[in-house]
Design a protein around this ligand. Structure first.
Ligand code: FUC
Length: 775
């Protein structure tokens, strides 16, 4: 049974914890590091609560705290070397082509500064600052720190010599402020010092009950103003006194303290300081009870859309970090997967709401650093897309809005880049982008010239339509898809052996092949992932033009070119080929598995539709191995789910849930999970959380046009008994499934339109074909 979240407020420290183990992250100590702390967010403001006893540090974020600025990074004359680059590729002179690319076909200027752009034009996502609450003279026993996902609230409680303290924190979407409330029980008094700080580029000032942390970041560009930002706190107390000074606000002898923090930047709001003040003043008029009630109601409308029940075991009663450790030792804990799944949904609606100014970045909205890893940007060769994989299937379709709104804004720069490098119509984005819509190739030819980054994003436009059936949306998205397709109609060339149409130049994201005579290289033509993405883009654009009844001539052109695209190939060793030629890869266990894009997220490869390709994909996957970085593991969960091998998918999920202490950069393996359930690339990167959340959904439900499969990859460990409610299938359907002993005992499809859907029971045990009418 589910415990109502209100019960959380009344448990006594020291008593047996009474909470729902699939919706609560529980620790018995304050966070020692950032990766232990509790993430909170409202889609724009993020907060990480450490819950320390002597000092509680709260790391504050705001999603538009970005250094850098709009840079002109296109080389206007790059297209002049394109014929020569292509000629070299057509004559198998790939090394010379890659050298020429590096000289003439990368971006102008420093590009991403190789991931260190804090003070450079590309910029990076950064921490807003720290809020610190120092508790004077506290001794704590029976300490507990929980993150209640259902209420999106962190609750810290402990006993003191004289009573009990309870602290609740959340970031309110309705009130647009971070709320931090401390309550002392009878007999206990609160003596606190409150301050704000940031390691650089900011000053903090105190006035009355207000603390302001204000600053400006570097744009890295001459004559361009860097983003200005503000964290503005207001302190309110019941009982006791406030004493402001230069360092902060000291509260003495209070019974209850409420700290509210508004935050904003100049990126999209020139009046952000006034906006913050207004938000603060409005929130300060409400009682904590009122703020809390509004928070719970708001979060419920997102959280309650899906409910997953997996078998609970003795492990469910343990603190989260111990659950991770026990499972790593082999203890069964299916309910931990449900918790991880719920946490992924939670992270999505906490970092990406319909009104978020930017999509969730590499760290969602939770950075501790000034120089975030990989600039905390939007990588387009897997990472940004993976962030949104769970959105549609997990019934958070509205949370895709920041991504879907961001995408058309890439188009103007993307057109310029398409002209400058390819003399092509339409638009293109390469491997990375930022809030200033960077679309040029990266500064390294090897990795920077992936040409399908923008096109991959358009898949999310189509999928949004496929899940919702929203034709108005499709109509608004179509011009972006069309122009992405237009780019490729100009950009594709015929390769010499078969006359197939291929992208050139490009690469298979970040992977290196061994050329038979020219050593290790990246640059090539027609890498399999590009071909699959272009295939899908053309197909989706064709379908969209038919549905909308527009562009018959262009549709015909796309149909012709679609038929001529290089197909997926099976290499002599039986694997799906990653490149146009059957090259070997330099790193057989490379984290990117780009050529299996056709298996997931696309469904060009399916177990029943294309069994030979599915078998080849399986061989590729086996060769890549079961290890990887966090997001790589998450992708593999989805692959094995699509191959209908639930036990293998679960094996990878367990690998991802291995506790890790590794914090340096690791490019090969070492992926795992920190004690707060954040994904470790390492370091922390949120895509793995989102990718695995999608993977868990994919184990339970898969859908294509007019067709759904229930329990396609149910692992033995989850088979005994379980249920899932509220998942979404393509075709505007909401799905409920109950199972026992690996078999569906009951299911229900609901949707607004009466239609017939082919339902397959895909446990792999007894596939049965059914027809179901909605209702
Ligand atoms: C790509 C990946 C890395 C990392 C970075 C943010 O470069 O290959 O593993 O995820 O993006």
């Amino acid at each position: 049974m589910k415990w109502p979240s209100l019960l959380l407020a009344i448990f006594l420290p020291g008593s047996i914890m009474a909470f729902d183990s699939s919706t609560t992250i529980w620790a018995t100590a304050p966070a020692a590091k950032f990766y232990d702390s509790s993430p909170l967010g409202n889609g724009r403001i993020g907060a990480m609560v450490f819950g320390g006893v002597g000092e509680d540090r709260i790391v504050l974020n705001e999603s538009t705290v970005w250094s850098g600025g709009p840079q002109d990074a296109d080389r206007e004359d790059a297209y002049k070397v394109l014929p020569e680059i292509r000629n070299l590729l057509l004559h198998d002179e790939n090394r010379k082509a890659q050298d020429l690319l590096q000289q003439n076909f990368i971006c102008k200027g420093p590009g991403t500064s190789f991931g260190s752009a804090k003070d450079a034009p590309y910029g990076c996502y950064q921490i807003l600052g720290n809020l610190r609450v120092r508790y004077l003279g506290e001794q704590a026993t029976d300490y507990s720190r929980i993150l209640d996902l259902k209420a999106a609230t962190s609750i810290v409680s402990y006993k003191t010599d004289d009573g009990q303290i309870e602290r609740k924190a959340f970031v309110s979407a309705p009130d647009q402020v971070f709320v931090y409330h401390v309550q002392a029980s009878k007999g206990e008094k609160l003596n606190l010092d409150i301050s704000m700080d940031r390691p650089e580029n900011a000053t903090s000032s105190v006035s009355g009950s207000h603390i302001r942390l204000a600053g400006q970041l570097k744009s890295g560009l001459p004559n361009v103003e860097g983003v200005r930002f503000l964290g503005h706190a207001r302190v309110l107390n019941i009982g006791g006194q406030q004493h402001p000074d230069g360092a902060g606000i000291h509260v003495t002898n209070a019974d209850e303290v409420l700290i509210l923090v508004a935050a904003g930047t100049s990126m999209f709001d020139p009046h952000f300081e006034v906006t913050c003040l207004n938000q603060l003043e409005r929130a300060a008029k409400r009682s904590f009870k009122d703020l809390n009630g509004r928070q719970i109601r708001d979060v419920r409308q997102f959280f309650s859309r899906v409910d997953l029940e997996l078998p609970k075991t003795e492990s469910s009663k343990l603190p989260t970090v111990e659950r991770l450790a026990e499972q790593a030792k082999g203890k069964t804990d299916p309910d931990l997967a449900a918790l991880y799944f719920n946490f992924g949904r939670y992270l999505l609606f906490s970092s990406s709401r319909p009104d978020s100014p930017l999509p969730a970045n590499l760290q969602g909205i939770w950075a501790e650093e000034l120089q975030t890893p990989w600039n905390g940007d939007f990588h387009l060769d897997i990472n940004l897309q993976m962030n949104y994989w769970p959105a549609e299937v997990c019934n958070l379709s509205d949370c895709t809005k920041p991504l879907l709104d961001f995408l058309p804004k890439l188009v103007p720069n993307g057109r310029k880049t398409a002209k400058a490098y390819y003399n092509a119509r339409g638009w293109v984005a390469h491997v990375v982008t930022n809030p200033w819509w960077f679309t040029s190739p990266g500064e390294g030819a090897g990795w920077g010239s992936t040409v399908s980054g923008g096109a991959w994003l358009t898949e999310h436009q189509w999928d949004h339509y496929a899940f919702t059936g929203d034709k108005t949306y499709l109509k608004s998205a179509y011009p972006v898809m069309k122009e992405a397709a237009l780019f490729f109609t100009d950009m594709l060339i015929a390769e010499p052996k078969h006359g197939w149409l291929v992208t050139a130049p490009s690469n298979s994201p970040e992977n290196t092949y061994i050329h038979p005579t020219q050593g290790n290289l990246n640059t090539c033509m027609g890498p399999t992932m590009d071909q699959q993405i272009v295939h899908e883009l053309f197909e989706n654009t064709i379908k969209a033009s038919e549905i909308l009844g527009v562009d018959p001539d262009f549709r015909k052109e796309l149909q012709d070119k679609l038929a001529k695209l290089a197909p997926m190939q099976i290499a002599p060793d039986g694997r799906l080929q990653e490149w146009l030629e059957p090259y070997k890869e330099a790193e057989p266990h490379h984290r990117h598995v780009s050529h299996l894009y056709g298996l997931y997220p696309s469904n060009q490869i399916t177990v029943d539709g294309t069994p030979a390709l599915a078998e080849a994909a399986k061989k590729s996957l086996e060769a890549r191995g079961d290890d990887g970085t966090g997001w790589s593991l998450a992708w593999k969960v989805n692959f094995w789910a699509r191959l209908h091998d639930g036990n293998h998918a679960l094996k990878i999920l367990h690998r991802l849930l291995m506790p890790t202490g590794v914090e340096g950069y690791n490019y090969t393996n070492g992926g795992g999970t920190y004690s707060n359930l954040f994904d470790a690339h390492p370091p922390f990167q949120i895509d793995g959380n989102f990718g695995a959340t999608a993977g868990i959904a994919e184990m339970l439900l898969q859908s294509r046009d007019g067709e759904i499969t229930l329990l396609p990859a149910l692992p033995d460990e989850w088979a005994a008994k379980g249920s899932v409610k509220g998942l979404r299938a393509r075709g505007d359907l909401t799905v409920e499934i109950n199972w026992r002993d690996g078999h569906v005992v009951e299911y229900r499809l609901t949707g607004p339109n009466a239609k017939t859907t082919k339902v397959t029971f895909g446990t792999g045990r007894e596939p049965v074909k059914h027809k179901a009418t909605n209702g």
